[in-house]
Write a protein that binds this ligand. Structure first.
Ligand code: CO
Length: 498
């Protein structure tokens, strides 16, 4: 058999193991009873070990070296080989002991985080998180890095991203957004009390199903469930699952969770199933993944055009709660800018301060400038400093996010990158698709989905994030698109007479 075919078959086998692990993980977070946790941790550790052993076999390395020299491969085949070789070389740096220990620690930390959050007791989580941080510091040394050790972790989520490039970006964010938020806070505030009435759970659920269908999410290739922290997971492009969360006293939560995860899921459903197991059927980076969720959540889902069409669904489902509210009131309410405690409930502007805080904490933890026991205090100080908020409890403070319990350190900055990519992509889509806004205001979302499929989804990892951005928009990622978007939108909401 031809070398490339042998390679593709091996990647398919690895894909089977990887996606089986994803099923176990999905089940752990959505369905699993508490008492099953220790066995599940063992099952996942075993499977992770098998994945690692299979991935790091010498014969795959030999095959990759041979294929790297093969001049007859086409562009896409070459990219697949190159991307896997990078992953392979990185995997070779981990010992089996390290991988198994990490998997165990992550399962334990996840359970501890859950309990600590429910009981508002950071000390339940602290020793497990310490273990994770210690392993992540080791991981930086294993992988190697130039400059800041945190670069080694960043690179796993956003290939090529470096502290020296992201620091100035966040410093720009700080400079431009702090004053912007201050201006908005001095304007007359928008009315949003009706968002916090009691909204029936089942009806909320039903609205999200309708909105997801309208976006083009394929329910024959996916499903929605409930979990504490909404997420998207894919087992292949024909089985892409999302979760949402419902708060009976805050209508926003379910809307943003479902539309956001729906955006992630549309990306995964748009990857090419014929390349299953190969980089070409995988998302390019977390920043680009997040650009897809943010584009649907913010540029579409928080637009006036979108609610011109969809507000009727809400007022029909909740006639009592919304009887004195129209589409324009609703649009303004959902775009209220206000500092908040919880990242996932924050508006799209102050959101970036939440990310900034986590980014600063992670860098300092990895660089041994702070330790896990310092976290509650540092967290609370930074919330005061950047958001002018007093944190009332660790459950609503340092324990709010799942990420660190998953061992995901270096992940948060990709959220901000995602919003900036989204603004730049959407500006391009507005140029490429005639009357896009008018289409959105009549519920025609397919032209936008087609544009995303054509320009982004179909390529998987064929192009790197910055190459993709340049191909689509003709420029590198530029913060000005986000600032332009924010400026136009929020000035018209808060200063309609200027
Ligand atoms: Co997301």
């Amino acid at each position: 058999m031809e070398d490339y075919q042998i390679f593709a078959d091996k990647m398919k086998e690895l894909g089977d193991i990887k996606y089986a692990l994803s099923v176990l993980n999905w089940d752990q977070e959505v369905n699993m009873p508490e008492k099953g946790a220790p066995f599940r941790a063992g099952q996942m550790a075993t499977l992770t070990g098998i994945y690692h052993k299979t991935y790091t076999k010498e014969e795959l390395g030999t095959l990759l070296s041979k294929l790297s020299q093969n001049k007859s491969l086409d562009f896409e085949q070459k990219r697949n080989v190159e991307a896997v070789k990078k992953d392979y070389d990185n995997y070779k740096k981990y010992s089996l002991e390290f991988v198994t220990e990490m998997s165990h620690s992550v399962s334990e930390a996840f359970q501890a985080w859950h309990k600590a959050k429910n009981e508002d007791d950071f000390s339940i989580y602290a020793p497990k998180l310490e273990k994770i941080v210690q392993l992540k510091r080791e991981e930086c040394e294993l992988l190697g890095y130039e400059g800041h050790p945190y670069n080694a972790l960043l690179d796993q989520f956003e290939e090529g991203a470096r502290v020296k490039d992201i620091d100035p970006l966040f410093s720009d964010v700080k400079k431009q957004l702090v004053d912007f938020v201050k201006d908005l806070s001095e304007a007359p505030q928008v009315e949003d009390d009706f968002m916090y009435k009691k909204y029936d759970k089942d009806k909320q659920w039903q609205v999200t199903i309708e909105l997801l269908k309208q976006m083009g999410y394929d329910f024959n290739a996916g499903r929605q469930d409930i979990s504490t922290h909404p997420f998207t997971t894919s087992f292949n492009p024909r089985d892409v699952r999302i979760t949402t969360r419902i708060n009976e006293h805050n209508l926003s939560e379910v809307l943003w969770s479902s539309i956001h995860e729906g955006g992630h899921a549309l990306y995964e459903q748009g990857l090419k199933s014929k390349y299953y197991g190969l980089p070409q059927s995988e998302a390019v980076s977390l920043g680009i993944h997040e650009s897809q969720s943010r584009l649907w959540e913010n540029n579409v889902g928080r637009s006036s055009a979108y609610w011109q069409h969809n507000f009727k669904k809400l007022s029909t489902a909740f006639p009592e709660n919304l009887k004195n509210v129209n589409a324009s009131d609703f649009y303004k309410a959902m775009n209220k800018v206000q500092s908040s405690l919880i990242r996932t409930n924050s508006d799209e502007i102050t959101y970036h301060f939440h990310i900034l805080i986590r980014y600063e904490i992670e860098k300092a933890l990895i660089n041994k400038e702070i330790e896990v026991n310092d976290l509650p205090q540092i967290w609370n100080e930074k919330y005061k400093q950047y958001l002018n908020i007093d944190v009332p409890s660790d459950a609503k403070g340092v324990l709010q996010d799942i990420h660190w319990s998953h061992g995901s350190i270096g992940y948060f900055p990709t959220y901000s990158l995602g919003s900036f990519y989204a603004a730049q992509f959407f500006a391009q889509a507005q140029k490429d698709i005639p009357q896009l806004e008018e289409k959105i205001s009549t519920g025609q979302l397919k032209p936008l989905l087609d544009w995303l499929r054509e320009n982004i989804h179909q390529y998987g990892r064929t192009y790197k994030a910055h190459e993709l951005c340049k191909r689509i928009t003709g420029e590198e990622l530029d913060f000005k698109y986000f600032m332009d978007y924010a400026d136009r939108k929020y000035k018209s909401i808060y200063f309609p007479n200027d």
